[in-house]
Design a protein around this ligand. Structure first.
Ligand code: FAD
Ligand code: FES
Length: 370
């Protein structure tokens, strides 16, 4: 089972006991949180952990988890993401998920919706195995894809597939603020059966006269607009002066939105978030040199792929999260050599520096502390 199972000792008791230095000195050499965890795996002194309190399958290829974070959780702004740790076959994997719930939810619970990636380790594991009572480690929320304060004159939210989560949170937060400014929500799903949050959107539109919801299906008839994002869809949604647009979804949707903005020289602000990395820059030079994993004493022929991919292929298990240069969990020190950033193509001598190994590839001989 990937996620930790839960025990029943109360959170408050664990915290009171743990803050006592005397008790701590009695149970050393192990830090006290290890002992408290024996009774309550949902608690650790500084870590954020969250208990899964509800599991719903909105569609056959997704799972919606409601989580109750412990007292270390500092909350989030609508649109941010959190790292969720899941143990699969003994290995802890961390992936980023954006809460879809309102940032103002007064019960303190957060809701994550995880959509399946074919062949994906964590998404498939959670869809199949997540159960009430399980406890998962979380990171604090991060990310700049957030609603500005003060709020803009009007808001256009565009999403595709699993990318609905951060904009759903923005929408629910605006509704909880009782914001009366015009909001348009334009969502793309493959078919009606794949559409996430359909009922929630209907209900919000019924209760908030300033909200307009438009849906589009890319692989089925129906919907308010037809097919893929285009200038025609933007005209249907409307983007007047004072409007700010937030778009999240697969690379193809985000690129289509960006291209309409640049082709038509649209001046109103556009904010985008991708769940998948941009395509790597094309490198014509053949990879050369060796990649030395100094701590493990392993050396491999440089394949030109990211250091993370090459380390995993060599049987190492370095810590990683987003695998696209966002979360900084994969930072490792380079002892000697240069690396190329796979998204920008920039080459840098990084001897003595740390690099994000998920988005950097060796250039020539490189020695790294792994
Ligand atoms: C800021 C941010 C917010 C996000 N929010 C959400 C959210 O709210 N909801 C959501 O569902 N997702 C979200 N994601 C995406 C999420 O973090 C994961 O990327 C997603 O769940 C896939 O993880 P996985 O472990 O299932 O797939 P992984 O195992 O990481 O695999 C991803 C893809 O790569 C392929 N792959 C894996 N290994 C290899 C290999 N060796 N060679 C070739 N292909 C391979 C897999 O087949 C799969 O299609 C977010 C991502 C980011 C960056
Ligand atoms: S794994 Fe997130 S930055 Fe590398």
């Amino acid at each position: 089972m990937g996620v930790f199972s839960v025990a029943s000792a109360p959170l408050k008791l664990g915290k009171r006991v743990a803050t006592s230095r005397l008790v701590e000195s009695l149970v050393t050499p192990n830090p006290i949180e290890r002992y408290v965890e024996l009774f309550d795996p949902g608690w650790a002194r500084d870590d954020v952990r969250a208990e899964i309190v509800a599991v719903v399958h909105q569609t056959s290829r997704s799972v919606t988890l409601t989580l109750r974070p412990n007292a270390n959780w500092r909350g989030f702004s609508a649109g941010q993401h959190v790292g969720v740790g899941v143990r699969v076959d003994g290995v802890l994997h961390t992936r980023m998920y954006s809460p879809a719930s309102s940032a103002l939810r007064d019960d303190g619970l957060i809701e994550l919706t995880v959509s399946e990636h074919s062949g994906g380790t964590v998404s498939r594991h959670l869809i199949q195995n997540a159960r009430r009572g399980m406890v998962v480690p979380l990171t604090q929320a991060e990310g700049e894809f957030v609603l500005p304060s003060p709020r803009p004159g009007s808001v256009l939210l565009i999403s595709g597939g699993s990318g609905i989560t951060p904009v759903m949170s923005m929408l629910r937060t605006l509704c909880d603020e009782n914001d009366q400014r015009p909001i348009t929500f334009l969502h793309y799903a493959r078919t009606p059966a794949d559409q996430l949050y359909a009922e929630v959107l209907d209900e919000l539109a019924e209760n908030h006269g300033n909200l307009r919801v438009l849906t589009a299906f890319t692989r089925a008839p129906g919907g308010n607009v037809n097919g893929r994002f285009s200038m025609r869809h933007l005209k249907a949604a409307g983007v007047g002066p004072g409007c700010e647009t937030f778009a999240c979804g697969p690379g193809s949707l985000v690129e289509a939105v960006e291209s309409v903005w640049s082709k038509h020289a649209i001046k109103t602000p556009l904010h985008v978030e991708r769940f998948t990395p941009p395509p790597p820059v094309k490198i014509t030079a053949k990879p050369r040199g060796k990649l030395l994993f100094a701590r493990s004493g392993l050396a491999v022929k440089n394949s030109g792929e990211s250091i993370l991919t090459q380390a995993e292929a060599a049987g190492l298990r370095p810590t990683s999260g987003c695998r696209m240069g966002i979360c900084h969990t994969c930072i490792v020190r380079v002892d000697a050599g240069s690396v190329r950033h796979l998204h920008t193509g920039e080459v840098k001598d990084v001897a003595g520096e740390t690099v994000q190994i998920c988005v950097n590839a060796p250039v020539g001989d490189v020695a790294i502390e792994l």
